[in-house]
Design a protein around this ligand. Structure first.
Ligand code: MG
Length: 353
């Protein structure tokens, strides 16, 4: 018999960034969720948001999710019912971000009771996965961008990703050219427009930038614009990566069926946690699309270790929770010579100080 949930608590934790992601993003916010059961066991999960919605997520957890969870079986199997409970406030977004905190806590509780790590519980298929250096660097001066690319190359990363979307396309071209020259022709280079372009601008920009041998263009358009991505894919020869702002399996399925996506990039928190992430990853496998989970390598790598297909781990410079000094317990995921390894601690491994 599964023990019942007896207590749900939250804690908002501001996490200052060592390298701000822009003038308006000096920090990200974690909302820690702790769940206890009537057998005396506890699990810890977290929600996360870079700039928008942390207090709303916390309020949703405290006011609408915690009372609903109390007395229910302490298992991630309640995910679908919890999602349906919150759905009136939106099928994805704040609701799924909040739900992720509870889902992670329930996975953590369940796995710690068994003394098993997440990747091993899910069925580890990889001991090591390639990681790529990623920078939130559109605001960097060109020499700082090139210096970052040099650090990534020296650290052994197999690929790198930089931001594009300057007001003047000529500046994007200069920056991508400089980074390609710095890293050489062997390493993969990805670019990320963070939804800054419209279709016309994207076609023009990618047509100019394709000569730098790009592994993908990420979020060229507003992520809601399925038909725009479909039209763009038909006009360019660079793969389209998408998903960090896609919140449900239904939306991912729509993108696949519309032939609007080449690389699947779900964020484990924004989709609602480990439970829906697994289903979305299975969708990627079925569609034959590579998986490149968005951010949070300490957790994303543990999930990717259990995926059968082609996976890339994103590692934003100096942005791992471990680097930011906010953990009391590390996940055990390390990035060594450009590859993610480890992740063998019980539960989801992470605890915030
Ligand atoms: Mg991105």
């Amino acid at each position: 018999m599964t023990a019942s949930i007896t207590r749900v608590t939250t804690r908002v934790i501001p996490v200052p960034l060592l390298r701000p992601w822009g003038p308006d993003v000096p920090r990200v916010t974690v909302v820690e969720v702790a769940i206890e059961n009537d057998a005396g066991a506890a699990g810890h999960g977290f929600s996360w948001t870079p700039s928008i919605g942390a207090t709303a997520v916390d309020a949703l957890l405290r006011d609408d999710l915690a009372p609903w969870l109390l007395g229910r079986d302490a298992t991630p199997a309640l995910w679908q019912d919890a999602w349906e409970h919150l759905h009136e406030a939106g099928g994805g977004g704040i609701t799924t971000i909040a739900l992720a905190g509870a889902d992670l806590a329930l996975w953590d509780l369940t796995l710690r009771e068994k003394g098993v790590s997440l990747a091993d519980a899910l069925g580890r298929t990889h001991e090591s996965l390639p990681a790529y250096g990623s920078g939130v660097n559109l605001h960097y001066r060109l020499d700082d961008l090139v210096a970052q690319a040099r650090r990534w190359r020296a650290a052994g990363y197999r690929g790198m990703k930089i931001k594009v979307g300057k007001p003047d396309l000529a500046e994007d071209i200069d920056r991508v050219a400089a980074v390609r020259e710095t890293i050489g022709s062997e390493l993969r280079l990805m670019i990320d427009a963070n939804q800054r372009w419209d279709l016309r601008t994207a076609v023009r920009a990618v047509s100019e930038l394709t000569r730098f041998d790009l592994a993908w263009i990420e979020e060229p358009l507003r992520s809601d614009d399925t038909q725009g991505h479909r039209a763009l894919r038909r006009s360019i020869d660079v793969p389209v990566a998408l998903g960090e702002n896609v919140h449900t399996i239904h939306r991912f399925r729509d993108l696949i069926e519309a032939e609007a996506i080449d690389v699947m990039q779900p964020n484990v928190i924004r989709v609602g946690g480990i439970t829906p992430f697994r289903d979305i990853a299975a969708l990627a496998v079925d569609a034959g699309l590579p998986l490149a989970p968005h951010l949070l390598p300490e957790l994303s790598a543990q999930l990717a270790f259990a995926e059968p297909g082609d996976c890339w781990i994103e590692d934003v410079e100096d942005a791992r929770f471990e680097s930011l000094g906010v953990l009391s317990e590390q996940s055990g995921v390390e990035i060594v010579d450009g590859c993610a390894i480890g992740g063998r601690r019980p539960g989801i491994g992470l605890r915030f100080a």
